[in-house]
Design a protein around this ligand. Structure first.
Ligand code: P6P
Length: 339
């Protein structure tokens, strides 16, 4: 009968968010409405991604995005869906998408007080081979009640109210934090509802996996090279860590969150600021990792303390289990001390 109770007492994401909202009596439900529109976007993209192979949505759309990458049709579709869903929520004032060079200022008639930064389909280069990809998003409150300005989305990540990702893989999993822990929901396609399947996710304090693109090893700086060497040839008698690298941030971070270990996209001689984007990759993932008891470090500072100056700027990132990141911080501090 317990199983029955669980089966019938479905904790959907909508119910979960309303429960959260009840903890903030002052909130008028705006956040819940915004979130329900983000969830709608995720459901749509999940359906499109699952059909992609059949609907010939994969393959190049012929255009290129601000990153100079060839845009695949699913990228274009996902971006359009999220922009429309966020605008129609009536709760947003500025949108920043990985696919658009400029920030989108929502028309005053549809304007709300939230700013959403997002990568509608991160890892899209993996679409054609069926590797998990995902949507990553972060939510800020505008800085004050005046007309929205670009500074409203150039806030440090620690000012985010919420962040999350939706991974489109063997199942569709939405992982989100609104500042009091991390929870994971899995889409039940028969209900069209996200059901709570991973309550209160906490990352193991130390892990056995490291995740980095070893192909960049020749360009790494000293501390990164030393850390990876330590993972492979530990000198303290512990066993070597396993290497797992999918090349899709959402999938690599999701595994890190659940199993522990570290995910690194360090700076290197080719890309001195690393590859991943601050606003809609580094900040949301760092927010989630801290909320799950882990850490996220740039090589110089806590990632969430970064203050972005440009919408699409990049940063190195070392995120994962608390103790593992401490080791990386010690290596960078030692180098700092030697400089
Ligand atoms: P590399 C995908 O293109 C992406 O933006 C992230 O999802 C992923 O973590 C990273 O780039 C992979 O980059 O250089 O290892 O192929």
């Amino acid at each position: 009968h317990i199983a029955d109770a669980q089966r019938t007492d479905l904790m959907t994401i909508t119910r979960f968010v309303l429960n959260e909202q009840s903890k903030h009596p002052e909130s008028r439900g705006d956040f819940s409405i915004l979130l329900s529109h983000i969830v709608l976007g995720c459901k749509f993209v999940c359906s499109a991604v699952n059909k992609a192979g059949l609907a010939k949505l994969i393959g190049l759309a012929g255009e290129t995005n601000v990153q100079g990458e060839e845009q695949k049709k699913l990228d274009v579709l996902s971006n359009d869906v999220f922009i429309k869903a966020l605008k129609s929520s009536g709760r947003t004032c500025i949108l920043v998408s990985e696919e658009d060079e400029e920030a989108i200022f929502v028309d005053p008639s549809q304007r709300g007080k939230y700013c959403v930064v997002f990568d509608p389909l991160d890892g899209s280069s993996n679409i054609d081979c069926g590797v998990s990809i995902g949507t990553i998003f972060g939510i800020y409150m505008m800085k004050d009640n005046h007309a929205p300005v670009i500074e409203d989305v150039l806030q440090p990540g620690k000012n985010m109210l919420a962040a999350g990702y939706c991974m489109y893989g063997s199942s569709c999993t939405l992982v989100i934090s609104t500042g009091s822990g991390v929870n994971g929901f899995t889409l039940d396609p028969s209900l069209g509802e996200f059901i709570l399947t991973h309550p209160d996710i906490k990352i193991p304090k130390k892990g056995k996996i490291y995740s980095v693109n070893e192909g960049n090893a020749k360009n790494w700086d000293g501390p990164t090279a030393a850390y990876v060497e330590k993972c492979k040839f530990p000198t303290d008698g512990s066993s070597a860590k396993s290497l797992r690298y999918i090349g899709s941030m959402v999938a690599d971070v999701h595994r890190t969150l659940l199993y522990g270990g570290v995910f690194l996209y360090p700076a290197d001689k080719k890309s001195p600021s690393g590859k991943l984007r601050v606003l809609y990759e580094v900040f949301p993932m760092s927010f989630l990792l801290e909320q799950a008891g882990g850490q996220s470090f740039t090589g110089k500072q806590r990632a969430l303390d970064l203050i972005p100056t440009k919408l699409h700027e990049r940063s190195p990132i070392f995120l994962g289990s608390y103790d593992d990141i401490e080791e990386i911080k010690a290596l960078y501090a030692a180098e700092e001390g030697n400089l």
